[in-house]
Design a protein around this ligand. Structure first.
Ligand SMILES: [Zn+2]
Length: 396
């Protein structure tokens, strides 16, 4: 059986990359849009070229099943993107899936998970969570995009019945395991001189929401001791959260979003809502950070006369991929970066809660992702795809 070559991946990507590509070279393929539909049509064409028929599960995940009884190992990633993203995040993994499925000497399904980025409805890893029964279906269907369109309506428009969403886990029986090839989103592989390497672990991730209530008043005439300034309180909290994160060596922290009311130039802010994102390899570090922050957050807010309500909006303790999959991928890659931790969420991490799963990262010289500056050499990607195929033949 011939190895996968860079030219094979170039051929696969040639019809996919132009979908949602703007003049500035940025890719926008949001879930349940016309561009997403065009990408699904590409998936159907690639399936047909392998003599397979594309199937769509109740969550809108795309499958190219092999001609063998299930369950199968599957390879894939996602075809949706963030707004103004790059051309390889997700797409490269699905293209590699078709290259592997065409050549592997074991039956391999190809999967593209629906709405991995969650860029439109704030529903990241939507498809893999629905498949593994980890999606709060009612909550998801209540989501509204920035144009006022409900997720259920967007799904229906794309030809996927939202009423069937809760039945998606029935399809999990078809899956024996899942491996995903993805661009590196750091310069770790480039720095180590590795074309590809398996991920040991996905980091623990927490999103906190802090709501601060103050009192609107005149910016000039309100004396210091009379102020209830919800934005000044938020500023103090951001600095505190960042300082606490900096005490932990491998932790990253982002004050990612803020809403201010009334957001007027001459009024003391009456309310702010803050979204705080904290990640670290081990869940204990994130939990300790949260505990330290929560312990004095209310007193910090009180210094600006504001009242604080803190809640955990999202929490994942992270995922350690099973040793058997990691070892098979590591042996096939040749270069195993010991204990490589990925700080982003991925479908493979969600699938790993229910089935053996793993990931290979491919060197990204810029380390940049979610941007048109994302780059990869297709030689590196082909090396990664061949490693993935060799590992699958061993695992199956
Ligand atoms: Zn991705």
């Amino acid at each position: 059986m011939t190895a996968i070559a860079a030219a094979d991946l170039a051929e696969l990507l040639s019809d996919l990359v132009p979908i949602g590509l703007d003049e500035a070279g940025a890719t926008t393929r949001l879930a349940w849009t016309r561009e997403d539909e065009e990408a699904a049509a590409w998936f159907a064409r690639q399936s047909a070229l392998l003599g397979r028929t594309m199937e769509r599960d109740p969550a809108g995940n795309l499958w190219a099943p092999p001609d063998a009884p299930p369950p199968w190992w599957a390879v894939g990633s996602h075809l949706d993107s963030v707004r103004a993203g790059g051309r390889f995040d997700g797409a490269l993994g699905v293209a590699a899936g078709f290259a592997v499925a065409a050549r592997a000497n074991v039956p391999v399904a190809v999967i593209s998970f629906a709405d991995e980025e969650g860029a439109r409805f704030n529903t990241p890893t939507f498809g893999s969570r629905a498949l593994t029964g980890r999606l709060d279906v009612d909550d998801a269907l209540s989501r509204i995009d920035r144009h006022g369109v409900a997720l259920g309506d967007a799904m229906a428009e794309a030809g996927v019945d939202p009423d069937g969403l809760a039945s998606a886990p029935e399809w999990l029986e078809r899956l024996r395991g899942f491996v995903e090839l993805h661009i590196d989103q750091t310069r770790d592989l480039a720095a180590a001189g590795a074309a590809s390497a398996p991920v040991a672990r996905l980091a623990a991730r927490m999103r906190l929401q802090a709501s601060l209530s103050g009192r609107a008043d005149h910016a000039g005439t309100t004396r210091r001791e009379e102020r209830h300034d919800a934005l000044a309180a938020a500023a103090r909290l951001i600095v505190r959260a960042d300082d606490l994160a900096a005490e932990r060596p491998d932790m990253v922290f982002t004050a990612a979003r803020i809403e201010v009311e009334p957001n007027a130039p001459t009024t003391v802010p009456s309310a702010t809502r803050l979204w705080l994102d904290a990640r670290a390899p081990e869940p204990g570090d994130v939990e300790a950070w949260r505990a330290a922050f929560a312990a004095d957050a209310a007193a910090i807010a009180e210094r600006s006369g504001a009242e604080l309500e803190l809640r955990t909006a999202a929490w994942s303790p992270g995922t350690t991929f099973p040793a058997a999959v990691r070892e098979a991928l590591g042996a096939a890659c040749g270069a195993s970066l010991d204990g490589l931790v990925c700080f982003a969420g991925h479908d493979a991490g969600v699938v790993a809660t229910q089935r053996p799963a793993g990931m290979i990262l491919v060197r990204n010289p810029t380390g940049v992702s979610h941007s048109p500056a994302e780059t990869v050499s297709l030689e590196d990607a082909a090396a990664g795809a061949n490693a993935l195929m060799a590992a699958l033949e061993r695992l199956a």
